[in-house]
Design a protein around this ligand. Structure first.
Ligand code: PEP
Length: 255
């Protein structure tokens, strides 16, 4: 039986305006209690401060996370947001390497690695997203892609820093599509990710401690079965994190 604390993250992506974001944060703060599940919500940049204030006023243990960061501390980088700015508005965690950034915006592994290192150096928790496309899965490359993205993404990260790293395995073909990996397929990929932490990149202690979230159309109807798998330690949730009832049902399924 795993001693790892389940971790459910909500990735709100480019959704919800101020009033909706504040109302959803308030509803979650009112209804998500206890510390048996770690919970984070990741609003769009303009609403980080508002969501932080709501959670803080309500004394909630829900963490605020950002969906991205810039690796450098400041300067002439139009449109970018630095780590110290994120920390200034209460962010404790940051998503790095989401497949929408890898595949739509074109972020390379080198940039993702720079962001991981910068965030960890600043004491932030990192949720590093990895996962294969449908073509890669059909070519039998799921593990190779995950291992490659982990190897590049975690280059230079120490075993000690891994206590601040969460891996989100998100098969690209399952994100926002309504298609979910079967619990068996997801478990197989998660076990291979953990094996790579154990035998490839780090050691038993790191492999046994790191939480590996599943992401890809997780919803109340399929969460319990996915979260029951031995190497699935939580979820990174997109669409279903935008409705309080659905997100709370997934958090409850993780208990
Ligand atoms: C995500 O964007 O990380 C995600 C898993 O989205 P969805 O739950 O909508 O598939």
């Amino acid at each position: 039986m795993s001693q790892r604390k389940p971790y459910i993250g909500g990735n709100w992506k480019m959704n919800l305006h101020h009033a909706e974001a504040a109302a959803l944060a308030a509803a979650l703060a009112d209804r998500v209690r206890g510390d048996d599940v770690e919970v984070a919500i990741c609003p769009a940049f303009p609403y980080l401060a508002a969501v932080s204030s709501v959670l803080c006023e309500k004394g909630s243990s829900i963490k605020v996370g950002a969906q991205d960061l810039h690796a450098l501390p400041n300067g002439a980088f139009t449109g970018e947001v630095s780590l110290s700015m994120l920390q200034d508005v209460g962010c404790k965690t940051v998503i790095v390497g989401h497949s929408e950034r890898r595949h739509i915006i074109g972020e390379p592994d080198t940039l993702i690695n720079a962001k991981v290192l910068a965030a960890l150096d600043a004491g932030m928790q990192v949720i590093l997203c990895i996962g294969e496309t449908i073509e890669q899965r059909e070519a039998g490359k799921t593990d190779a892609i995950n291992w490659g993205q982990m190897g590049y993404g975690l280059a230079g990260v120490t075993a000690e820093q891994m206590s601040n790293v969460v891996i989100a395995y998100e098969p690209v073909w399952a994100i926002g599509t309504g298609k979910t990996a079967t619990p068996d397929d997801a478990q197989q990929a998660h076990a291979a990710v953990r094996a790579f932490l154990r035998f490839g990149l780090f050691n038993d202690a790191v492999a046994d401690a790191v939480r590996i979230q599943y992401g890809g159309s997780m919803k109340p109807a399929n969460a319990a079965e996915l979260l029951a798998q031995p190497d699935i330690d939580g979820g990174l949730i997109g669409g279903a994190s935008l409705k309080a009832d659905d997100f709370i049902a997934i958090i409850d399924a993780a208990r």
